[in-house]
Design a protein around this ligand. Structure first.
Ligand code: SAT
Ligand code: MN
Length: 587
């Protein structure tokens, strides 16, 4: 099966433990894919959508209890609990293995065991990393084929002697009581049991490219981040790259594929990635980013020709839809898609749609599609050294508190501001939606080690380079007293991106406040936008009273990391608190 002895021994050991009927080494070929699709159509795993309107598109309905990531069942298993940190569920390595191995015992009887060699990152990039996922889910194979570079070339990379992450996955019996997603960063290993869904099952994505990779990145001096990467081309043809981190289901895919408003003649946005960035310091001192993924696993609801035209043009063919609704003529459908709601609709659970049962598409329903189909896909997306990043943008979903945008004063302050990000929870993870929680760097669910060590790692880049990206914080989700969004968002976010680029070039103004540098209305290009002055001022305002309360919440959160918290973070807290009080006295 393979001439790599380590891989061969692992495949044998897994087969002995899980007792599959068949073992299939995935080569990634079209013929193999066609056969898998045929089998999934035959057993009902997939449903064919309308070939005329949606060529080569399929619908998968997951078990209704298995529709999102399960953070309470996700563990980082290390020798020392301190290494996992208060931000992770921890289990001792031996205990973790014992617990999950018991579930894997004999679980593939009657099933085929698929062995998927995969590469995260462009072929030929020194920053790309390999993995092998063993799974009993053909749906996982089909999704991994879109999301990663799988098959023969990835196996060649491993057989050339490169290290690889081992990921073992079984859907088990989909019993939420018998479900665990476990990471063993010290062994470069993942074991996931009992879920077939997205981030729980496509192990190259969150499990490998973020949790395990963030651990590797710290020991090796790079960054693995929950960030989109995009290039902004100005009318002169100059392209500036930025990377932006937002929690799941907060619009990363929309921002990555942004179409500038009509007033922005000659401006273009190029998509490099929509979810994950791996960043390395170049010899020039700049941070260079690659997208380890090859596809998009995006949230369907809310996606339309108005909110994200490039995405709509990407996902109409060769796509797998999970948990969306379907129209009478076999087209995928979700809340927020263009056009009127059809009178006949099947919901995500396969029932005739009845509003009493909730939305037709699950709020976390998804599409899986190759990035190469995206009209805004960057011609630099597969360049081995990646693209140079000029700005980091962080943000969350905050109805109040955070202004539309601010710039950090320096690197330490930027790391603090990113670490202090909070956001209202979404349907991307099971649990209550709309609760404010701290989500540092949008990595709360994905950092594979102690956040205190992670912030220290971020801070350490200052000693290694004086050409680091500028750091910004944005909030597209500010609401007025009546609960309406004040900022139009989507394509109009270009107006904020433009100010950010101008700040990087030193050509735009800002006012210094205790929390950072904030533009005034005059500094933003708001041409053609129907926003009154009072709304613009409210979007850019910071209320010292609210910020004193916010700083207390931030301080309490950071306090939970005890002595391991870097001193530079404590200094930022003290400075901002002091300056807020001074500004109140001066007013
Ligand atoms: O389910 S995934 O983790 O892949 C998607 C997300 O929550 O961002
Ligand atoms: Mn994500």
């Amino acid at each position: 099966m393979t001439n790599n002895p380590e891989l061969a021994a692992w495949i044998d050991a897994v087969a002995a433990a899980t007792t599959p009927d068949k073992i299939h080494l995935v080569d990634g070929s079209d013929a193999e894919h066609d056969k898998l699709i045929e089998e999934m159509l035959a057993d009902g795993t997939l449903e064919k959508l309308n070939e005329k309107t949606h060529p080569n598109c399929f619908l998968h309905r997951s078990d209704p209890s298995d529709v999102a990531r399960v953070e309470h069942l996700t563990f980082v298993c290390t020798e020392s609990e301190e290494d996992a940190g208060p931000n992770n569920n921890w289990m001792a390595t031996d205990e973790g293995h014992a617990k999950i191995d018991a579930l894997f015992a004999g679980c593939m009887t009657g099933r085929t065991m698929y062995v998927i060699p995969y590469l995260m990152g462009p072929y030929g990039s020194p920053f790309s990393r390999a993995g092998v996922e063993i799974t009993d889910s053909p749906y996982v194979v089909a999704n991994m084929r879109i999301m990663a570079r799988i098959g023969r070339r990835a196996l060649d990379h491993i057989e050339a002697g490169n290290s690889f992450v081992r990921g073992l996955h079984s859907v088990g019996d989909l019993d939420p009581e018998r479900r665990f997603i476990m990471h063993f960063p010290e062994e470069l290993m993942i074991k996931s049991f009992g879920s077939g869904y997205g981030g729980n099952a496509l192990l190259g994505k969150k499990c490998h490219a973020l949790r395990i990779a963030s651990w590797q990145a710290r020991t090796e001096g790079w960054l693995a981040e929950h960030m989109l990467i995009l290039g902004i081309e100005d009318p002169s043809g100059k392209t500036t790259y930025v990377a932006a981190a937002f929690p799941s289901a907060c619009g990363k895919t929309n921002l990555a594929m942004l179409v500038p408003p009509a007033e922005f003649k000659g401006w273009k946005v190029w998509t490099v990635g929509d979810d994950i960035a791996w960043l390395h310091l170049g010899e020039d001192g700049r941070l260079w980013a690659i997208n380890p993924e090859a596809g998009f696993f995006g949230v369907a609801p809310g996606t339309s020709l108005t909110t994200n035209p490039n995405c709509m043009k990407t996902l109409g063919r060769n796509a797998i839809y999970t948990n969306v609704g379907v129209t009478a003529d076999g087209a995928p459908w979700w809340e927020g898609i263009d056009g009127p709601k059809p009178s006949e609709l099947i919901d995500w659970q396969g029932r005739p749609h009845d509003a009493a049962n909730g939305p037709a598409a699950h709020p976390n329903s998804r599409f899986t599609v190759s990035a190469s189909q995206c009209p805004s896909y960057s011609d630099q997306a597969n360049v081995p050294q990646g693209v140079p990043i000029s700005a980091f943008i962080f943000g969350g979903r905050r109805s109040a508190v955070a202004p539309l945008v601010f710039e950090a004063l320096d690197w330490d302050h930027g790391v603090f501001a990113a670490a202090a990000v909070a956001s209202e929870t979404t349907a991307a993870a099971t649990g209550q939606v709309g609760q404010v929680r701290r989500d540092p760097m949008a990595m709360k669910p994905f950092c594979g080690y102690n956040f205190a060590d992670y912030w220290a790692h971020w801070l350490s880049f200052k000693e290694r380079s004086d050409k680091l990206p500028k750091v910004f914080h944005v909030n597209w989700f500010r609401k007025d007293a009546d609960g309406n969004f004040m900022w139009p968002g989507f394509g109009d976010n270009m107006r904020v991106l433009k100010w950010i680029i101008e700040r990087c070039e030193g050509s735009s103004d800002a006012v210094k406040t205790p929390i950072g540098l904030i533009p005034q209305g005059k500094d933003l290009d708001l041409s053609g936008l129907d926003l009154n002055e009072a709304t613009v001022a409210a979007l850019l305002a910071i209320d010292p009273k609210i910020w004193r309360t916010e700083m207390e919440a931030i301080e309490e959160y950071f306090g939970s990391f005890g002595d391991r918290l870097p001193g530079a973070i404590v200094e930022q807290i003290e400075r901002i608190k002091r300056e807020i009080i001074e500004s109140q006295k001066a007013a």
